[in-house]
Write a protein that binds this ligand. Structure first.
Ligand SMILES: CC(C)[C@H](C(=O)O)[C@@H](O)C(=O)O
Ligand code: SF4
Length: 426
């Protein structure tokens, strides 16, 4: 069996499971974000009285944080009342950040667990050796009622990433290369196990960025076998003992895709589909691509290392007149660390707008919305029309280094011009 199958078997009280099998598994932690007040309504419609275990469910207010309008403030208020009534042990209000950053920081993402949230990017937690997946309001209400959920055991495909990344190539570039090959429907309802020598040496931030975007290929979940860097991170934070699962040597993947990371270049996902992937050099070889706004943020690219590399590229420089750079730390902890390092100040001196930790403009809610005809280069994970504001705006997805290099010049620019002296530990 694969480690993910062992996790599902463990939580279903079975000795083994296999692809296609339907199981009912215990959920180790359930997270509801602030788009999903419907979960509360469904819970009551189903006859719910009290949440099955008040130490295993929490709200995270991140998409509308701080509340940008009365409706979302009202939603937060109702969710707070539910949390109080159920005496939920954990609660992450509008001062915390994006759920997929806040949960690991709180020690609620750890190897061998099943983590379910009302968010598609819950695949991020494969970075910690967990089975992480997103559900809607009704399934989440079922979990709050019973502590369990049904799963169809997914087929598991291997994405093998070997080699060392060249200068200017970061985890975001790597996962965009994978997306460019597998396409947005390349892993529908499957699990992606990221393996290979590049993954083996990768740290927590890089693992999170890559697992986060598995869902952009349709994946049900993602996985990376925990390495020492992951264990160092979770051992300081995990709220309970955990059991790392290991894949059997003779496990056979449904399919394997091999990538040589050492051959990769800075990469873009171009308007207006996430799998419209091209090398940055090919996009700008015949003409400049003017940029109006750079955006660094989200559960994909708003971590300390993402802000660090932008601050180092922009130190003692300034973005051009009439251009904008939005920087939205993924969590309060990230923001504090960036302030302590002086990166927030450096970026503000360079002309950046700093927003409160949260989802912000990643999904077009607030803190940096795009006007019609504008072009944004962003460290986020989706670029369909209307994603960050106007449906007539265009979005290029890129590494934070490419975002900073591009907005500095007001046009898409190869980060390799700036990063030869800059190292960041992804
Ligand atoms: C919560 C939900 C509206 C959505 C998701 O599930 O991914 C959001 O986080 C996004 O990134 O589009
Ligand atoms: S930061 Fe963006 S991608 Fe991540 S959960 Fe929020 S809206 Fe979704």
């Amino acid at each position: 069996m694969h480690a993910l199958e062992k996790i599902l078997a463990k939580n279903s009280g079975l000795d083994s499971v296999s692809a296609g099998q339907i199981v009912t598994a215990d959920i180790d932690f359930a997270e509801i974000n602030d788009l999903y007040l419907q979960t509360v309504y469904s819970f009551y419609e189903m006859g719910g009285k009290k949440v099955w275990d008040n130490t295993k469910a929490a709200f995270v207010f991140d998409h509308y944080a701080p509340a940008p309008d009365e409706k979302s403030a009202q939603n937060h208020k109702e969710m707070r009342e539910f949390a109080k009534k159920n005496n939920l042990k954990y609660h992450f209000d509008t001062n915390c950040g994006v759920c997929h950053q806040v949960m690991p920081e709180a020690g609620l993402a750890y190897p061998g667990m099943i983590l379910v949230a009302t968010d598609s990017h819950t695949t991020t937690h494969g970075a910690f050796g967990a089975f992480g997946t997103g559900v809607g309001a009704t399934d989440m209400a079922t979990i709050l009622l019973t502590g369990k959920l049904w799963f169809r055991v997914p087929e598991i495909i291997e994405v093998r990433l070997d080699g060392d990344a060249p200068d200017g190539v970061y985890p975001k570039d790597v996962v965009l290369n994978v997306l460019g090959k597998l396409k947005a429907d390349g892993a529908v309802y499957k699990a992606i196990d990221f393996t290979g020598s590049y993954v083996d040496q990768l740290g927590v931030p890089g693992r999170m960025t890559i697992c986060n975007m598995a869902v952009e290929m349709g994946a049900k979940t993602a996985y990376m076998q925990p390495n020492q860097k992951v264990l160092d991170y979770v051992s300081e934070r995990a709220v309970k003992p955990y059991e790392i699962k290991y894949t059997d040597d003779d496990f056979e993947y449904e399919e394997s895709h091999l990538f040589d990371v050492s051959k990769m270049e800075p990469t873009l996902s171009c308007p207006s589909s996430v799998d419209n992937v091209h090398n940055l050099t090919s996009v700008v070889e015949n003409h400049d691509v003017e940029i109006d706004q750079g955006y660094i943020g989200s559960c994909t690219g708003g971590r300390f290392e993402d802000i660090e590399i932008a601050a180092k590229i922009l130190k003692d420089k300034h973005i051009p007149k009439y251009k904008r750079l939005d920087v939205v730390p993924a969590s309060a902890e990230v923001m504090q660390k960036c302030i302590k390092a002086g990166y927030i100040q450096d970026l503000m001196k360079a002309g950046a707008t700093i927003a409160a930790p949260g989802c912000a403009a990643c999904l077009g809610i607030h803190e940096g919305i795009l006007a019609s005809g504008e072009v944004c280069i962003s460290s986020t994970n989706r670029n369909f029309p209307g994603r960050m504001g106007s449906v007539e705006a265009e979005i290029y997805l890129a590494s934070p280094a490419a975002v900073a290099s591009s907005i500095l010049n007001g046009k898409i620019t190869d980060p390799r011009k700036y990063v030869s002296e800059i190292s960041v530990a992804y």
